[in-house]
Design a protein around this ligand. Structure first.
Ligand code: ATR
Length: 278
């Protein structure tokens, strides 16, 4: 009998996934809440996500988190989806049920909102919010942002058509406007959230500085373990006093997944601090 036979097994699957912080985060949660479980990072080949998941089910895993680039495929694979997953068109948390069915949830948006509102005390309600990017990452968080009732929500994207499509898809949940970066006017925003993939290549979106007001707050959905992200750097270098990276969002989406699986909500404060947020 191996040492893991008696504990429930979980994993994060992605490609690449070796540097994922999720095993560390979930181990902290397990320790803190006294839950016996194991959690590992598993890289799946790009072309065999479904086979990889079926294999983990066969092995007796209880659930997995899904990261880049498989969140859409995970959505397609689910037999049941939470409302957040349904509208996000992407799934980051799979729960394997008895009999082989799979439940899918998306905890990214809730994670972002919890980090902003609860941890950082950055209100969204009645504020003017600008979201940068119109890919899968942004689609995953728009519902929970709109549920906070911002005064207005603008989506800026390099490819304007994608922003227009997103604004249309979410139009029943609030008023959204889609714009190109160079069409952003002189009105500044209370909160600017970077949901683009620009940071992966150490770039920042072409955001005109006129959108920054004296009290604007910047938030990067990306995080960096060592140095500031490119967007946080950009914000600070243009005088923004409050700019945060997405380490808190990462921990909060994990906490939400943990709560779904284990029915107990871990405390996130210490975990976020241990990952470098002051
Ligand atoms: P993800 O799942 O991470 O959202 P995606 O669906 O490929 O990935 O979307 C990437 C997003 O980052 C898009 O909004 C993309 O803009 P385009 O739609 O115009 O391609 C944006 N993006 C990526 N690199 C960027 C850069 N250097 N500057 C600005 N936006 C960038």
């Amino acid at each position: 009998m191996s040492s893991t036979d008696h504990v429930d097994r979980y994993a994060v699957v992605g490609n690449p996934v070796a540097h994922s912080l999720s095993p560390r985060i979930h181990s902290s949660f397990a320790q803190q809440t006294g839950q016996a479980l194991s959690y590992q990072a598993i890289e799946l080949p790009h072309d065999s996500f479904t086979a990889g998941i079926r294999d983990l089910q066969q092995q007796g895993f209880s659930g997995v988190n899904v990261t880049v680039p498989f969140k859409r495929e995970a959505w397609e694979l689910c037999n049941h989806r939470s409302e957040a997953a349904q509208e996000a068109g992407a799934v980051n948390t799979l729960t394997f049920l008895q009999g082989g069915d799979i439940d899918g949830s998306n905890t990214d948006g809730v994670g972002l909102v919890r980090d902003l509102v609860d941890n950082l005390k950055v209100a969204i309600k009645d504020r003017s919010v600008l979201v940068l990017g119109a890919g899968g990452a942004v689609r995953g968080v728009l519902g929970p942002i709109l549920a906070q009732s911002p005064a207005d929500l603008t989506i800026a994207n390099r490819t304007l058509e994608k922003a227009i499509e997103l604004a249309r898809d979410f139009s029943e949940q609030g008023s959204l406007e889609a714009v190109a970066y160079d069409a952003l006017g002189a009105d500044n925003f209370d909160l600017i959230i970077n949901g683009t993939a620009a940071g992966l290549s150490n770039e920042v979106p072409p955001l005109p500085t006129r959108v920054l007001g004296a009290n604007s707050i910047c938030y990067d959905m990306m995080y960096s373990a060592s140095t500031a992200t490119a967007f946080v750097d950009w914000a600070h270098s243009h005088g923004v006093a409050k700019a945060f990276d997405g380490i808190g969002m990462l921990v909060e989406q994990a906490a939400e997944a943990f709560a779904l699986w284990r029915n107990v909500r871990p405390d996130t404060t210490e975990v976020i601090r241990s990952l470098g947020r002051p």
